[in-house]
Design a protein around this ligand. Structure first.
Ligand code: WTA
Length: 682
């Protein structure tokens, strides 16, 4: 158990902890959330079955040295098996062949729903925070079971069989979550596509997954705006001959045209039986595919299987976020992303937790939305993205302080490096220096959180703005260009993982070669994440960004995220992105794009001068960008990730072919940037 000591006096220290312009982390960060000595036996009773485990450190070492025993024990106690497994891991990382618990059988929906519906039928499984803040709907485990069964029966009635692929193009809602679980119940493979993608992007994902069915809603509502989902599906399926049926659920009740293939989903479900026998699935049968961008612009259908994925999502949710009985877990990601899969749906539900489905945006109807929700629903964990945290920081503290956040214990960050300013704000303003802040590093491919400050031992401070420590069973390695593992601390290299873990992706749909080439060939026998990382003097991990975001300036390796971190600390700057730019003498030079906070009275010249000075002071003069462009907005995906690929093209003025821009949230941003780049040149 965490003992929750108050650290209110640290807020005073926190304000004064910059020494010579650098964060004095030892002074700044109190030992948050000291663990009670008996944490292993209370939180992880399985540890009693392992020899000589007294501390977190002992358990981590054991999980590495005896990985099969560690995961085998957790798989037995944390999951319900229809047929017990006798084998734990059978993996060959050279060939990208990965199997966990291969001779066991289970059903993921049984694990996420039935076992809790049997024990605590009236406990809330889902709390749906709809777009309008006063509209909340709740679903108990018993009700969720009935929804899942009806939907499962409906899918079967429409001819969906074990192994078929079903594309789900729906906003986050209980129906969408129940549909994912219904697929799992009958062994269909779901392919959730974020309900903000264009018809073209949707069609590409339906075709590539050979989906027989698409499930959608009439319309979506986000930030008060209506999104024509059914119309987008209509456009998409025109080029998707594999699709036999489109199920349409009501979100707004708008009168949408229905064609021959279309079926009223709500009506169909009502008439179905509320019990459906879960199918016993082999551990290695596929659970879902989820498309994610690769360096080529052609999205990759990452495939996850049943038992390993579920176990990893279950165990990481429990231990990283310190989930306790009665908690209300709030991950604000959309189900269209892996974070939504693992930490809105599978992880929390497998643990029997109440999970929140957030349909809105961080600023609708105003920038207090998250914290209003925290107060109303009494969230105990809040898990969000740095981009949103930076955006809210820009709007000021009063939007946060207006609301009671005393229910919160853990604040998580995911998706990109979190800059110091945002991390400090998250800890001190949102978390009142009382909550544990966990920066969590992981990927669609890893299935769950890989590097994160918690769980951890006694008395260890959390370093700001870094994920720090590997999770149980995870052994990171940093590799240099000669593909040699770099030993020791104060080093940086390609972030790889040495040994298999249950949540790892099994393949890329239809392209196992690309899977091997991308993840297992670059550093043979290791999983290559594509990210770079530093191991600090204290042995903690700090992700520097995608490897292609690491640039080499006059022979100095420089993470663009490091420069961004400094730029973001400037009082006038809202957000920045730095990319590499070819330079005659230095090889590469940094090129900075930035947006300003509202109502800033600073000239471009002064701003540039101040930023240059800050970067010189905080990193070195080699890190100073040659060019700064101040702009209205940065090109972002709909999930809020800055599309650096586009910025790199703008930096080198190669803007005729920008590649796939269908995932851009606001394409007009690019035109403005191209124009600013031209002005700068002339
Ligand atoms: C980046 C999201 C730094 C990283 C779960 C990774 C991060 C990619 C962090 C995966 C973090 C994610 N610090 N970078 N805490 N978390 N990333 O597949 O570059 O959407 O490779 O999965 O996001 O993005 P994906």
């Amino acid at each position: 158990m965490w003992s929750r000591s108050k650290h209110s006096f640290f807020s005073v220290i926190l304000g004064r902890c910059r020494i010579n312009g650098k964060w004095n982390t030892k002074l700044a960060i109190p030992p948050i959330g000291k663990r009670h000595k008996s944490f292993l036996s209370t939180d992880m009773p399985e540890a009693a079955n392992f020899p000589n485990i007294n501390t977190y450190e002992d358990l981590y070492k054991f999980s590495i040295a005896h990985s099969d025993m560690f995961w085998g024990e957790l798989a037995k106690s944390r999951l319900h098996w229809d047929q017990p497994f006798t084998r734990v891991s059978e993996c060959n990382m050279h060939e990208g062949k990965i199997k966990w618990f291969a001779d066991g059988k289970l059903n993921v929906s049984y694990n996420c729903v039935d076992r809790h519906a049997n024990e605590t039928p009236d406990k809330l499984a889902l709390i749906w925070e709809k777009d309008q803040p006063n509209e909340v709907e709740s679903v108990s485990y018993k009700e969720l079971l009935s929804m899942v069964c009806r939907i499962a029966n409906c899918l079967m009635a429409q001819g969906i069989k074990k192994g078929d692929c079903v594309t789900i193009y729906m906003p986050v809602s209980p129906t969408a979550v129940a549909t994912m679980l219904a697929c799992a119940r009958i062994g269909a493979v779901h392919n959730v596509v974020f309900a903000g993608f264009s018809a073209e992007a949707l069609a590409q994902r339906i075709q590539s997954s050979s989906s027989k069915m698409v499930i959608t809603t009439d319309q979506g509502v986000r930030g008060g705006k209506v999104i024509e989902l059914k119309r987008t599906v209509d456009d998409a399926v025109k080029t998707c001959p594999s699709v036999q049926t489109v199920l349409v659920s009501k979100r707004t009740g708008a009168n949408v045209p229905m064609s021959e293939k279309d079926i009223d989903f709500d009506e169909a479900i009502v008439n179905e039986n509320s019990w459906c026998e879960p199918v016993s699935m082999d551990s290695e049968d596929w659970l879902f595919t989820l498309y994610t961008s690769g360096s080529t612009g052609k999205p990759k259908g990452i495939v996850h299987s049943q038992a390993g994925y579920l176990l990893y999502a279950t165990v990481t949710s429990k231990f990283v976020f310190d989930i306790q009985e009665g908690d209300i877990f709030g991950c604000v990601a959309d189900i269209g992303w892996i974070t939504g899969h693992s930490y809105v749906v599978y992880g929390p539900l497998s643990n029997g937790t109440t999970t929140v489905l957030f349909e809105s945006t961080p600023t609708y109807p105003d920038p207090g939305r998250y914290w209003d929700m925290v107060q109303r629903i009494k969230l105990t964990q809040f898990y969000g993205a740095p981009t949103a945290i930076r955006l809210l920081l820009k709007h000021g503290d009063s939007w946060v302080k207006k609301y009671d956040r005393s229910s919160l214990r853990v604040l998580g960050s995911v998706g990109e490096p979190i800059n110091h300013e945002a991390w400090e704000w998250y800890l001190s303003v949102v978390g009142e220096n009382r909550c544990t802040v966990v920066d969590t590093w992981w990927q669609t491919e890893t299935g769950g959180i890989m590097i994160t400050p918690r769980p951890s031992g006694v008395d260890d401070a959390i370093e700001p703005a870094m994920p720090m420590r590997p999770f149980y069973g995870i052994q990171p390695a940093l590799l240099d260009e000669s593909k040699t593992e770099i030993q020791g601390n104060s080093v940086s290299g390609a972030c790889c993982i040495k040994y298999p873990w249950p949540g790892m992706a099994r393949t890329i749909l239809g392209d196992h070669n690309r899977f091997i080439e991308t993840y297992y060939k670059p550093y043979p026998g290791l999983y290559f994440s594509g990210d770079g990382a530093n191991r600090t003097a204290d042995g903690n991990y700090q992700i520097t960004g995608r490897m292609d975001d690491v640039i080499n300036v006059s022979g100095h390796r420089l993470g663009t995220a490091e420069v961004e971190d400094v730029i973001d600390e400037h009082h006038a700057v809202a957000e920045s992105a730095v990319v590499g730019y070819p330079h005659d003498i230095k090889g590469e030079a940094p090129f900075a794009f930035l947006t300003l906070k509202e109502n800033q009275n600073i000239s471009a010249e002064d701003l540039e001068k101040e930023l240059k000075q800050m970067i010189k002071e905080k990193i070195s003069s080699f890190a100073i960008p040659d060019i700064f462009i101040v702009t209205d907005g940065l090109p972002k995906t709909r999930s809020g990730k800055i599309m650096r690929r586009i910025l790199r093209k703008i930096a080198v003025e190669d803007t005729d072919n920008l590649g796939d821009v269908s995932t851009l949230a606001d394409p007009s941003v690019v035109k403005k940037l191209v124009a600013s780049r031209k002005i700068l040149k002339t």
